[in-house]
Design a binder for this molecule. Structure first.
Ligand code: PYL
Length: 291
């Protein structure tokens, strides 16, 4: 009976924890630098691109918005450092951001009372940005997918290439990977998909006739220069498999590179644990162009 029930449990997102997010507030400048090396764009510019809007226009706007992060105690509870990391990312982008004094519904009440424009709140299944002034709601999985897809596209352009017409391999068809497929198709890429759950991969591919399922990850890595790794699995791309032409954009936590691949990857590897997704949520929530 348990086995039958398990088949119907919807897989959630990977849950972050203190040790992997604690350094986020102090690492924003370094993130800007590494993103610029890989893509030619910093966090703000990349998020604006994924939000479908002009970063110069938006950079003059963000300071006008106040954003609040509401800690949520339900389910597995508060993750120490989570609200602090989200707030630090928002401040880095130029928002006037703070964490509410109260969690949960009382925190949302506080957001209204203090007149904040946007609030951010996450439980174990969803992480949303809600703009109270324009009624735009942005989901973290969709925003993260868009951020890492546009990072891959910008990295290709940084090397004088384009994703349009190119094969791109998406590893992992969870909430982020499946949204990444839509974003890549919008950009005109030829999407290949791999998931260890072959039943899920084949179902997804039959519903989306334009994508090609691949049965061997190793073979696909040999033939595909652009990879979007959205699988929460370590050590799936080895140093030998990471060819010099490849770019791996990786929202998956933990990332999929072996220690050897990571040491060799340099700017061919784009990864963070939270900032790009939050940045796209924030900029999408204040721009009406992406919906
Ligand atoms: C939102 C992140 C992105 C990746 N994994 C997701 C995660 O860890 N979700 C759980 C978030 C829980 C937050 C907690 C708090 O501190 O407010 N309820």
């Amino acid at each position: 009976m348990t086995l039958i029930l398990l088949k119907w449990v919807k897989p959630g997102m990977t849950r972050l924890y203190y040790d992997i997010i604690k350094d986020i507030p102090d690492s924003m400048e370094n993130l800007d630098k590494s993103l610029a090396e890989s893509t030619g764009l910093n966090l703000f510019e990349l998020a604006a691109r994924a939000a479908g809007t002009d970063s110069r226009r938006l950079s003059g706007e963000v300071g006008k918005y106040t954003a609040a992060v509401v800690p949520i105690t339900s389910g597995k509870g508060i993750i120490t450092g989570f609200s602090e990391a989200v707030s630090a990312i928002l401040c880095h982008l130029g928002f006037a951001a703070h964490i509410t004094g109260e969690p949960d519904v009382a925190g949302i009440g506080e957001v209204f009372n203090c007149g904040a424009d946007i609030f951010f709140a996450a439980d174990d299944r969803k992480f949303l940005a809600v703009n109270l002034k324009n009624s735009i709601i942005v989901d973290n999985s969709q925003a993260t997918a868009a951020g890492f897809v546009h990072a891959l596209a910008a990295a290709a352009e940084h090397k004088g290439k384009q994703l349009k017409g190119q094969p791109v391999l998406v590893i992992g068809l969870g909430p982020v990977g499946s949204h990444a497929v839509y974003e890549l198709e919008r950009l005109g890429a030829r999407v290949r998909v791999f998931d260890t759950d072959t039943e899920k991969m084949n179902r997804f591919s039959s519903l989306h006739g334009s994508v090609t399922p691949v049965s061997s990850l190793a073979e696909a890595l040999l033939e595909t220069d652009y990879v979007l790794d959205a699988a929460p699995a370590p050590d799936i791309v080895t140093g030998e498999q990471l060819r010099p032409e490849m770019v791996v954009s990786c929202p998956g936590v933990p990332h999929g590179l072996t220690a050897e691949a990571l040491a060799d990857a340099g700017s061919r590897f784009i990864h963070d644990k939270l900032p790009l997704g939050v940045a796209v949520m924030a900029l999408r929530s204040i721009s009406n162009t992406w919906v």
